[in-house]
Design a protein around this ligand. Structure first.
Ligand SMILES: Cc1cc2nc3c(=O)[nH]c(=O)nc-3n(C[C@H](O)[C@H](O)[C@H](O)COP(=O)(O)OP(=O)(O)OC[C@H]3O[C@@H](n4cnc5c(N)ncnc54)[C@H](O)[C@@H]3O)c2cc1C
Length: 376
């Protein structure tokens, strides 16, 4: 990886711009089908939003299409499990969606029915069962939905893993910035170019710079990492109010979301902010995140924090990613707009992109994610 060979010297079936987890997954599934793939990355593999993410692999049901893509993607992660190196830290602690009152308990039951209807293993925990499942939570809480198949990975290591095989049938070019796409040719600043049958624009938040007209907004997020506290936490634990935070389109929002890392460290999320493109850590937001987490899990306030960082989610108006041909140029396939679910849905995205290029039927309908929906 990282060879600085001029990409124009070779010919490829597909050029993928962006080596975040989404571009890496696209390259992985294309390469598995025997295609020659070049991946162009202006920085390092997985160094964008991917490096900033929590790595929660999670089924979500904002819409049937979101549920279909997250479920399909989780199945693909499961299929990869045996191949994942230890560095990816793949585990399945499951998710606890916490209800603090009767209204949220009704949402737990609704979610339970929806998840069960599509075959996702889950169970409703009452107040006592929740206290037993996650002893550090404040008591009493109303209950929770436990989703058993949800997982956790190290996102940047996962992106590196997905690109491993690409070297056999192509190349990953790091430190390589695409400045524009013309037809099925990617142009670079030094006037060199590379052409392919198809170009995949997986440049994350920067995708509109290469495909003008994509309607996306940057949504800033913060994460906090603690020192090692083995056994402190068993599940990924998320307040149901997280969904309100994720759905908010205006205000800054903060929600309780904690994750046990394989190292024994705890990742504490999460925040969402529009209209703020400054990557600096906002200590007011960090304080609000710690306070929110301590409301649900009082001992969090005593944990030693090692660092906090930020990243930007690429958000579309309907909270679904853009996967498929660009309406302006069908030789360019978009694979972006994954907001807070791109680690989870990278695998599904990679498979749908590969099926599109090879004109194969996909295991789930591709229609809901087509970029053309934005121009209707
Ligand atoms: C705080 C936070 C927490 C999150 N937690 C989770 C989570 O728990 N679970 C989950 O599923 N998702 C999570 N997400 C969302 C997830 O991080 C993103 O959806 C995902 O990383 C998007 O991947 P990507 O490959 O599209 O983008 P990126 O990782 O940003 O990759 C795009 C790549 O394209 C490169 N690039 C851009 N322009 C060019 C160019 N012109 N030429 C060459 N290369 C270019 C960039 O350098 C970058 O490496 C979180 C996001 C944030 C911010």
């Amino acid at each position: 990886m990282g060879d600085l060979v001029n990409p124009s010297e070779s010919t490829y079936d597909v050029v993928v711009v962006g080596a975040g987890i989404v571009g890496a997954a696209c390259a992985h599934f294309l390469m598995k089908e025997g295609l020659r793939v070049a991946v162009l990355e202006r920085g390092i593999v997985g160094g964008g939003a991917t490096a900033a993410a929590m790595g929660h692999l999670v089924a979500m049901d904002d819409s049937p299409a979101q549920l279909a893509l997250t479920k399909f993607s989780l199945e693909l992660w499961n299929e990869l499990e045996d191949q994942l190196p230890a560095s990816v830290e793949y585990r399945q602690p499951g998710t606890l969606w916490i209800a603090s009152d009767d209204e949220e308990m009704a949402e737990v039951r609704r979610k339970y029915e929806v998840y069960r209807s599509v075959g996702l293993a889950c169970e409703v925990l009452d107040s006592a069962a929740l206290a037993e499942a996650e002893p550090k939570l404040r008591r009493p809480l109303a209950g929770a939905l436990r989703v058993l198949g949800d997982g956790v990975i190290h996102p940047q290591a996962a992106a590196q893993f997905l690109l491993r095989g690409v070297a056999e049938r192509g190349t990953v070019f790091t430190d390589c910035t695409a400045v524009s796409i013309d037809g099925s040719t990617v142009l670079f600043g030094d006037r060199t170019r590379v052409s392919a049958g198809h170009i995949v624009n997986a440049a994350g938040c920067a995708a509109p710079e290469l495909t003008p007209g994509i309607a996306m907004r940057k949504r800033k997020g913060h994460l906090i990492l603690t020192d090692c506290y083995p056994g402190f936490l068993r599940h990924q634990v998320v307040e149901l109010g997280y969904l309100k935070s994720a759905h908010s389109v205006t205000a800054d929002s903060v929600a309780f979301n904690v994750q046990p890392r394989a190292t024994g460290q705890i990742l504490i999320g999460s925040s969402r902010q529009y209209e703020n493109e400054d990557a600096a850590v906002d200590h007011g937001i960090v304080r609000r995140m710690m306070e929110r987490a301590s409301e649900y899990m009082p001992e969090v306030a005593t944990l030693s924090v090692l660092r906090a960082w930020t990243g930007f989610r690429a958000a579309t108006a309907d909270r679904l990613p853009l996967i498929g041909p660009s309406p302006a140029n069908p030789k360019v396939l978009l694979a972006t707009g994954h907001e807070g679910l791109g680690i989870t849905t990278s695998t599904g995205t990679g498979r749908l992109i590969s099926d599109t290029i090879l004109q194969k039927k996909s295991p789930i309908p591709r229609e809901p994610y087509l970029p053309s929906r934005m121009t209707r």
